[in-house]
Design a protein around this ligand. Structure first.
Ligand SMILES: [Zn+2]
Length: 307
């Protein structure tokens, strides 16, 4: 049952196994936090024919088809462009009207649902209002990037971060089973740096993502979450050496420019942090200490959550 291996996230597992996931749900979490795995798991569990064992059983016809990614009543919608347009949602709506092939209902998984533009979200809202028995699972990095009207109709499940010990065990098993040789030290390091995101841990190992870029990605994701997340991200950045912290600043400023374009409603915050980081680069050049700078960054950002 390799593909259904979903670490942690007991709330999703339990709800799906009991058929009580909800008919429109949001799985929210940063890149690499296992949203797609969780959705595949939940869809299989909902349609599993075994009533006695833990669903998904992995053995019934439905589970075997789901595992192979070939279940006729599970549709994975992947955006093929920069955003999901209203026509895409209309197609999805048409499909939801069709009778399921073999199951009591259909499951639709919409990847990167946060890429739905306003018009698409309003069209989607209509789909949710229809008396259909289908289950819709929306995957997005941040539930708050969806319209409140859509969000309020969905049950939100936030992906749980995986603790370093479980991440280490997962990575050790993964690379023991593959022909890739990865040292134990690299696995431990990736498990620590990934902050609960297995996808990120794999990127650190396989794409050689640097400590600085992992810390920058973490900081940027934290900025959209809450004060505690930002404090944790800054604490992690404070462990970088001077060169790495310089790279961190560079990556963060690049990410902020992109974020400001993608989410204009938060532009003010992104620009303020951008300016602060630019100042930090000068202080770093003037021999400012990394620990102190990361601390200042944390304090600076904390202001945004107290308004
Ligand atoms: Zn089954």
């Amino acid at each position: 049952m390799k593909r259904f291996e979903l670490l942690g996230n007991d709330r999703i597992k339990r709800a799906a196994a009991e058929g009580d996931l909800g008919s429109s749900v949001i799985f929210d979490g940063g890149p690499g936090t296992g949203k797609k795995t969780a959705a595949a798991y939940a869809a299989a569990a909902l349609l599993c024919r075994d009533k006695r064992e833990n669903r998904p059983c992995g053995r019934c016809r439905s589970c075997v088809q789901a595992l192979a990614g070939a279940h006729p009543d599970i549709t994975l919608f992947n955006p093929n462009g920069e955003n999901i347009k209203v026509d895409d949602i209309r197609c999805l709506r048409m499909e939801s009207f069709m009778t399921p092939t073999q199951s009591p209902f259909k499951v639709f998984i919409v990847n990167r649902a946060d890429l739905m533009n306003r018009e698409a979200q309003n069209a989607f809202l209509k789909v949710l209002e229809e008396p259909l028995s289908s289950v819709f699972i929306l995957l997005c990095r941040n539930a708050y990037s969806l319209l409140q009207t859509v969000r309020s109709r969905c049950r939100v499940y936030s992906m749980e971060p995986i603790d370093p010990i479980r991440a280490e065990a997962f990575l050790t098993a993964r690379y023991a089973a593959s022909d890739k040789t990865v040292s134990h030290g690299d696995i431990v390091e990736a498990a620590r740096l990934c902050l609960g995101s297995l996808g990120q841990a794999i990127d650190i190992i396989e794409k050689g993502q640097t400590k600085a870029s992992a810390a920058a990605a973490d900081f940027l994701a934290a900025l959209d979450r809450d004060e505690i997340s930002v404090m944790e991200a800054c604490l992690r950045a404070s462990a970088l050496n001077r060169t790495e912290y310089g790279d961190f600043c560079l990556e963060v400023t690049g990410g902020l420019v992109k974020a400001a374009l993608e989410r204009p409603e938060r532009r003010e915050i992104y620009i303020a942090v951008y300016d602060h980081i630019q100042e930090q680069k000068d202080r770093l050049a003037d021999n400012g200490g990394v620990f102190a700078l990361a601390g200042l960054l944390s304090v600076f950002c904390a202001g945004f959550y107290r308004r």
